[in-house]
Design a protein. Sequence first.
Length: 274
Amino acid sequence: MTVLIAPSTEGPVSTTVRVGAYLERGSQRPSSVGPLGSEWQMQSEQRPSSDGRARTVNLYYQEISADLYEHAIIRIHGGVDIPCHRATSEQLNIMDATLQLVPPSHLERVLRAKPEGFLISSTTGRAGGSLSYTGGLNAGANYRETPNYNEMRLILITYGALWRRRSLGICPTVLHEIGHVMTRRSEINYNPFPEDRRRALGALRVSRNPGALEALCNTYMYMLCYGSRTQEIHDFGSGRTNQNDRITRDALRHCPAFSSRLLSEEWRSRFEER
Ligand SMILES: [Zn+2]
């Protein structure tokens, strides 16, 4: 791995960050274990629901101290430099291993759409709207609370998302968010999917954002994992659900993102059935 710490940055700065648990339904507390065990702090938030009335959601987090590099650059595939902000060295390693799964042409599109790379943060969204301690976001606005960063030029990833799959050594949320970039010019799209599969995926509610593209971005995330040479990551990417079975992979291979226009022969062979 090459992590190049930008010259303007001195050593890491110790800061308090919040690591989130996945939002649990109802009044149940998270069953998962976080960096500090299973004790979670809770924050309630009012959110508008589909019937127009506000409903209360409970968000869970743990507060930990982290040694953050304000700015770092990760060099992927020997020549694509991806900026990564406010991560610890352990998190930079996870980002590095994750971005190694993404073909160079896809990373170039990420840099075109999001030239400032990735900002790791305690939350995505804003209080009172769609605040979350988990997941990631291709933000559609520049947040006032962070004057040093323009979120429109960044992909947001939460500390919770980096924590969640750390046993795999990668962060699937990062791949899902890159999937959103790949939908912008339909480089991944539903056209090659069989009609019933398209309908099934479009109806899934796979994240707090309803919408057909969420499942498509998950299929992309699983596909990149499927192409991994690490057995555990490959296994994670291959399954029997609508999002990660062979029918879905065959459809993705007919999307521009996985065509010979965007992938070298070597990269195409990684995504072949095996
Ligand atoms: Zn999404």
